[in-house]
Ligand binder design. Structure first.
Ligand code: SAM
Ligand code: SF4
Length: 322
């Protein structure tokens, strides 16, 4: 079992397989082109897998593949199959922008993937284009349809931003509900790569919008999930992720691995340690020691909380995988 320096049990590893992305979401990526990490700096799937095996042996039971856009990485289905074959019963999920999912969904399902979270910030083509800075909506929707068709469990992620997509909260919720998908509204997390002056909706503002049309009760959080859950009278549940609140971090159970092999204990802070050399040398003991050291130094909480209003993280979401 993995326990961090604050006594929290850590069982969830998020693995970013690439920082590259085919979108430029305003809340995530810089507007101007910038140079990507050279491909040769990325860990191979074999190296990532070596660390994943170490992490599973130490107590990781849930793994999410993310990015950048994970579907940009060739042979992702083979990587998922490797992990799935190594340990049955693992909670193995993917987060994707959905753009390439129509072509990939069946292969991912056949490889053993059960769940996918898809980012959908708008149902209006022009707003989706404004948010992602590219015409993305038709392909994202085709990706969602195909994921459902092949039998993947789909959850929608939406980041509501004032003046852009905040008026679509009910529309996106109803779109998800009608298709049997749950939805998480994620509060915008301020970071230095996002477009300046973006303002996200708070959890309270999202709740107030939904409450105008629906009656719901608060269920609380499920296990260590950061989402606050709410239930409609007909049993449908939606969630809000509120990183600006203290209790978000109280039972944080996650760590993050980047495509370059940096092991990151907290999404907010810069601190990280590299597992690259250890895995490239096949040094299982070394990798395990780095994992434990990172956990010993895992911060107690992020700095987006209310006490530290206007805090901005230096971490890039496209690098750490959200
Ligand atoms: N490209 C994939 C996608 O968009 O789903 C996976 C990576 S993305 C970094 C993972 C999640 O982080 C997405 O749901 C995205 O909306 C969310 N995200 C990115 N930047 C964010 C920010 N500044 N605040 C809140 N959520 C953010
Ligand atoms: Fe790409 Fe996802 Fe970031 Fe959007 S949120 S730019 S899709 S990594």
């Amino acid at each position: 079992m993995l326990i961090d320096g604050h006594g929290r049990k850590v069982s969830y590893l998020r693995v970013s397989v690439t920082e590259r992305c085919n979108f430029r979401c305003q809340y995530c990526m810089p507007e101007k082109p910038f140079s990507w990490v050279p491909k040769e700096n990325l860990l191979s799937f074999e190296d990532l897998f070596l660390f994943i095996k170490v992490a599973i042996d130490e107590g990781i039971t849930k793994i999410r593949i993310t990015g950048g856009e994970p579907l940009l990485r060739t042979d992702l289905d083979a990587f998922i199959m490797m992990i799935n074959k190594h340990k049955s019963g693992l909670d193995l999920a993917l987060t994707s922008n959905g753009y390439l999912l129509k072509e990939a969904a069946q292969k991912l399902k056949d490889a053993g993937l059960k769940r996918v979270n898809i980012s959908l910030d708008s149902l209006k083509p022009n707003v989706a284009m404004q948010m992602a800075q590219k015409d993305v909506l038709p392909k994202v929707m085709a990706g969602i349809d195909e994921a459902l068709r092949v039998g993947l469990k789909v959850k929608i992620n939406m980041v509501p931003i004032k003046g852009i997509n905040a008026d679509e909260i009910l529309d996106v919720l109803e779109y998800a509900k009608a298709r049997g998908m749950s939805i998480r509204f994620i509060e915008y997390m301020e970071n230095k790569f996002a477009k300046e002056k973006l303002q996200g909706l708070s959890a309270h503002e999202v709740q107030a919008i939904v409450a105008k049309k629906y009656h719901f009760k608060e269920i609380g959080r499920e296990g260590s999930s950061p989402a606050q859950l709410f239930e409609f009278d007909d049993g449908y549940r939606f969630g809000i992720i509120d990183p600006h609140k203290h209790d978000f971090c109280e039972d944080c159970n996650r760590i993050r691995l980047t495509a370059e092999g940096m092991l990151i204990p907290c999404l907010y802070f810069d601190e990280a340690m590299s597992i690259k050399e250890a895995v490239q040398n096949g040094d299982v003991i070394g990798a395990s020691e780095i994992l434990k050291e990172v956990l010993r130094n895992k911060p107690e909480k992020n700095k987006w909380t209310e006490d530290d209003a206007n805090e901005t993280s230096n971490r890039a979401f496209y690098e750490t995988g959200g």
